[in-house]
Design a protein around this ligand. Structure first.
Ligand code: TRP
Ligand code: SF4
Length: 336
């Protein structure tokens, strides 16, 4: 932890979508785990952000189990609650205070220009006039998340870069109006490998149901891998395949030892391996890779109040910092 003080404070959040998949792991979680070595890390399940796109009670009923499942995955993957702060956004209500205050220095035009906002409006089949006010302010809440803890470094995917740019602009404006208060948060992009789903076409995602859950059983994993699309031009077993266009091969590159990968390549291009066997081979390697994770997850799951305690403790610690920041902001804004 001594080096943590030098390197600064990391904040990142994930919306509570429930059990995580390989894409979440390779794109974000793996990096979150590694960053704990060098930084003081704060990781947050952003349930208020999730509400921006909810449509009613059915969605709401999923928040709690989804948080539990997601945090179990974080812990099983190696997020260490002794070392990092892990908590739920709504458990630290100070973030909503800061969100409101930041909204006083954020021009509406900045928010309407954010590409993710335009995209969401389109996806939801709404207009800029009809979407809820909370969705427009999504990046303001995200900024509040980060700067409430004066975090300076934010590991995110490429899609979040516009939000981080906006966060910096909001911070600059706040500091200009009210005096130097917050550091400008920097995004750090993980390697962010594009992990395609089982359809071989789209980014792996739960909503497209093309994903492989980290916590699935080995049997389920094998069954789902068996449905993966492969080289579309390989129609018969004795057609040579093209590993470079096959997502099963891309996954072999991640999960199979280099020696086996070379074999996959050779046997595929010489039509001495069939796709069914190739997928079985991949599933076995994914399963052995994930076995320690799954084992840990089962252990934590068997301790019914474990996640709850971690989150309570995390929120308690987070609130101490949050209240200090709010006090400072009140003072600077003349509200004290
Ligand atoms: N908007 C982020 C996403 O959808 C989640 C998020 C909320 C976040 N608050 C954050 C990420 C603060 C980093 C920092 O992925
Ligand atoms: Fe893909 Fe493997 Fe089939 Fe080749 S043998 S096309 S790499 S699944």
């Amino acid at each position: 932890m001594t080096s943590g003080a030098q390197k600064g404070v990391i904040f990142s959040g994930m919306r509570p979508t429930g059990k995580l998949h390989l894409g979440n792991y390779l794109g974000a979680l793996q990096n979150w785990v590694a960053l704990q070595q060098e930084y003081r890390c704060i990781y947050c399940a952003v349930d208020i952000h999730a509400l921006t796109t909810f449509e009613g009670v059915a969605d709401v009923a999923e928040i709690k189990p989804n948080i539990n499942d997601m945090v179990l995955d974080w812990l099983a993957a190696g997020i260490d609650p002794e070392q990092s702060q892990v908590f739920v956004q709504s458990h630290v209500p100070e973030v909503m205070t800061l969100h409101t205050l930041l909204s006083m220095v954020t021009p509406l035009g900045w928010l309407l220009r954010v590409p993710t906002f335009k995209e969401k409006v389109r996806q939801m089949d709404e207009t800029e006039e009809s979407v809820n006010y909370g969705l427009v302010g999504y990046p303001v809440l995200q900024t509040a998340d980060i700067i409430l803890y004066k975090a300076d470094t934010v590991p995110v995917g490429r899609d979040q870069v516009p939000h981080l740019e906006l966060a910096r602009e909001i911070v600059r404006r706040f500091n200009n109006h009210y005096g130097e208060t917050f550091p400008e948060p920097q995004a750090i992009l993980a390697e962010d490998p594009l992990v395609l789903g089982l359809d071989g076409q789209n980014k792996m995602s739960k909503s497209l149901d093309n994903h492989l859950e980290l916590a699935a059983s080995p049997e389920e994993t094998a069954k789902r891998v068996a449905t993966a699309f492969t080289d579309p031009q390989r129609l018969r077993r004795d057609d040579p395949g093209r590993p470079e266009v096959c997502n099963v091969y891309s996954l072999h590159k991640i999960f199979s030892p280099p020696g086996e990968m070379a074999t996959v390549y050779d046997e595929c291009t010489s039509a001495t391996r069939g796709c069914v066997d190739c997928k079985r081979h991949l599933a076995a390697n994914i399963n052995s890779h994930l076995e320690p994770f799954r084992e840990r997850r089962r252990e934590y799951e068997a301790r019914p109040s474990f996640v709850k305690e971690v989150l309570e403790d995390g929120a308690k610690k987070a609130r101490v910092i949050a209240q200090q920041t709010i006090e400072e902001v009140y003072e600077k804004m003349g509200l004290a």
